[in-house]
Design a binder for this molecule. Structure first.
Ligand SMILES: Nc1ncnc2c1ncn2[C@@H]1O[C@H](COP(=O)(O)OP(=O)(O)OP(=O)(O)O)[C@@H](O)[C@H]1O
Length: 286
């Protein structure tokens, strides 16, 4: 092709001797020198290796021990092999788990807590009453409305919201303390909270959206939980329908299908593992 272009140009435009166009390479010149940069580099480093081998011969592989071979390789390369980690340790990660009411956020987090270490599950402060089985300081910090508003006043919360008539908010202090110790942070928020956190944290945190396999499954789950009044149930179901549209603002979507809680928790764990292996790490500052 190159030869054809060169020939046709020099034939059709005789007044142009085309000094800017180099002559096509001859077969001999092709054989004589390496053509591209990588071949040339290979050639050069192979030549260097051959020199090094002459001055520091590497013993026969079948006769030398591993440490003899290591020493010989080191002296050939004129450097020692470092046992330092090749990759720096990953940054502490902030994982935001959200989804419609009753989808299983608490249930998935409970499973995750059993299965993984080095995760800190931020305990949210709330002004709502305690549900049966909940423990203060473990499930939530249950505070009065006045106490909650005082925390807001002192700028102690990363984000807060009024949800179904009750306040919920994330204390900053806990996040800072645990991130300083190298823990990954799990935040459990409703969709409204996730939207606010996205604005504050942008891409420095990873956002997971939990969904049921269908709208029907979600409603059945809420009915079976038996923690809502008729009126609350209606509001939550209507809200959930609207909330599913927000999935596009999240990084990952995890289906928590009926009876498949373990699978959902495992998938969340795999997402955390993948995030820890990212080349460009997220870096959150609170
Ligand atoms: N995969 C699942 N299969 C069956 N039941 C489930 C599954 N996941 C959660 N549940 C049950 O569904 C109900 C709602 O779950 P959970 O309380 O964890 O939801 P939530 O998203 O935290 O709700 P809210 O935002 O209202 O607090 C609970 O009774 C829980 O045990």
């Amino acid at each position: 092709m190159y030869r054809r272009l060169y020939t046709s140009l020099s034939h059709t435009t005789p007044f142009l001797s085309l000094p800017f166009l180099p002559k096509p390479p001859t077969l001999l010149s092709l054989l004589a020198k390496p053509q591209n940069l990588s071949t040339r580099l290979l050639f050069t480093s192979a030549a260097k290796m051959a020199d090094a081998q002459k001055s520091h011969p590497i013993p026969a592989l079948e006769k030398a021990s591993k440490s003899e071979l290591l020493r010989a390789l080191e002296s050939s390369l004129r450097t020692t092999f470092s046992s330092d980690s090749i990759c720096p340790s990953p940054n502490p990660l902030i994982i935001v788990i959200s989804g419609p009411s009753g989808v299983g956020k608490d249930a998935v987090i409970r499973k995750l807590r059993e299965a993984r270490e080095n995760l800190h599950f931020v305990v949210t402060a709330t002004s709502r009453g305690m549900r049966p089985g909940e423990v203060d300081g473990k499930d939530y910090f249950f505070v009065s409305k006045e106490e909650f508003l005082s925390m807001v006043e002192k700028n102690e919360l990363l984000e807060y919201a009024l949800v179904y008539g009750e306040y919920k908010g994330i204390p900053k202090k806990q996040i800072r303390e645990y991130m300083a110790k190298g823990y990954d942070i799990v935040l459990r928020v409703d969709i409204q909270g996730a939207q606010t956190l996205r604005k504050i944290l942008k891409d420095s945190a990873v956002f997971l959206f939990l969904v049921a396999e269908s709208e029907l499954a979600l409603v059945e789950r809420l009915i079976e939980r038996k923690t809502e009044s008729k009126e609350e149930l209606l509001v939550r179901v209507a809200t959930a329908r609207e909330e599913v549209r927000h999935v596009k603002n999240f990084d990952y979507v995890v289906v928590n299908a009926q009876g498949k809680l373990d699978d959902a928790a495992r998938l969340v764990g795999s997402i955390i593992d993948a995030e820890k292996a990212r080349v460009r790490q997220r870096s959150a500052v609170i």
